[in-house]
Design a binder for this molecule. Sequence first.
Ligand code: HEC
Length: 162
Amino acid sequence: MKSKILTLATVAALFFISSCGNNEKKTEESTEAPQSMVQDAPKDDGQGIGKFKNISLAALDKKLAAQGKVVFEAKCSACHKATDKKVVGPGLLGVTERRQPAWILNMMTNPVEMTQKDPTAKDLLAEHLTQMTFQDVRDDQAKQILEYLRENDNEGKEEAKK
Ligand code: HEC
């Protein structure tokens, strides 16, 4: 009888301890301030830092995308694949879904300042530990590459549906 009570007490204690642990974890998470509440940090509008802002996209231009593929292969493919595989930099599949058009254009034309000041690009540098350098991409070429990345993401979606 005594040992039964002891076992029950142990089970109860273990339950108590484990539920305490969970609670602690929850409060830890909920006290973490969302990015927007961090004092003095300017609000991140997701557009990055550089000359591009509020870029609205037209329907996909296949000819522009084909030009972009050529520039991408010449200037970017040493560090990036158009799949989800990392080379030196992140795989660029899905990038047009995770970033705004202006952000991508700014990253192509102003990568160093972006990795110094833009919170998202800063995190990427911390993760990949190599500085993306400016590849002498003209603005019109950056737009061609963006079109190529959009096309690439559309095709990725088609593939997934099959
Ligand atoms: C020397 C290698 C290198 C070259 C060349 C390079 N990149 Fe990068 N790129 C990186 C790295 C590394 C990162 C992550 C940020 C960092 O560490 O600077 C990155 C980040 C990016 C991102 C952000 C990806 C994401 O997930 O948000 C985009 C978009 C990008 N690069 C596009 C390009 C394009 C387009 C070109 C060609 C014009 C190019 N890069 C050339 C190394 C490179």
